[in-house]
Design a protein around this ligand. Structure first.
Ligand code: CA
Length: 227
């Protein structure tokens, strides 16, 4: 599994051009056309690096960059900018971006810059995430507790992944609904409670006294790092 890269670009032709080149170089690719979708994928999937266009239909790329670097400093960001587009701001890189590239660019340059950043941050490409007694294999989509494989539905796995990728961060029901069920899902936030209850039955030693997924009254849930 190569590094996972999120491509945020609203222009379809540029996006597919970038994606083709990334895949050719063995990267795993996620894509977003809009800013909100990009932030959703950052929280849900924790990519290793984000290629971020500045002018997007819903959110400003600078705003997204700021949010990524404050909440997920371990994720690298390369800003994609058109010539003359807020270049001063990009050059300052005060927003936490690691680098910038001016469009149009040579794909070989893009790949080289990505590799340089991944080398510099010495990123270990994570195939699995371990916390407490749990080992989550992201590739095989399986979860072990004390090396025993647990049975999960795809939805439950996704819910577990949201928690594992956001340890010690409070998540509201709406946020969880958005992350796990998608932005277009219209449903009762209580759906979340039902699924959390099922998840607890699988992962907690004592589901009525949860040790891992904590309920924050009136606010949502939080995976408390217990080790
Ligand atoms: Ca754009």
């Amino acid at each position: 599994m190569g590094a996972r890269i999120l491509v945020v670009e609203d222009e379809r032709s540029i996006r597919s051009f970038i994606i083709t080149n990334l895949k050719r170089n063995g990267f795993e690719v996620l894509e977003a056309e809009r800013g909100h979708e990009a932030l959703r994928l950052v929280k849900l999937e924790k990519p290793d690096l984000v290629l971020l266009d500045i002018k997007l239909p819903d959110l400003d790329g600078f705003q997204i960059c700021k949010e990524i670097s404050s909440s997920y400093p371990e994720i690298s960001v390369i800003m994609l900018t058109a010539l003359g587009q807020d270049l001063d701001k990009v050059k300052g890189l005060e927003l936490g971006a690691d680098d910038y590239i001016i469009k149009p660019f040579n794909p070989m340059v893009l790949i080289a810059r990505i590799k340089a950043i991944l080398r510099r941050t010495n990123k270990k490409i994570q195939k699995e995430v371990c916390t407490g007694p749990f080992r989550v294999d992201l590739e095989a989509q399986s979860i072990y507790k004390n090396d025993v494989l647990l049975e999960f539905t795809p939805r439950e796995f996704c819910l577990m992944k949201v928690f594992i990728n956001n340890i010690n961060k409070a998540l509201s029901r709406d946020e969880i609904l958005n992350l796990v069920w998608g932005e277009d899902f219209i449903g009762d936030p209580k759906t979340v409670d039902v699924h959390i209850r099922r998840l607890r039955e699988k992962i907690e030693d004592n589901p009525s006294k949860p040790q891992y997924i904590e309920t924050l009254w009136g606010r949502g849930y939080l995976w408390r790092k217990g080790d």
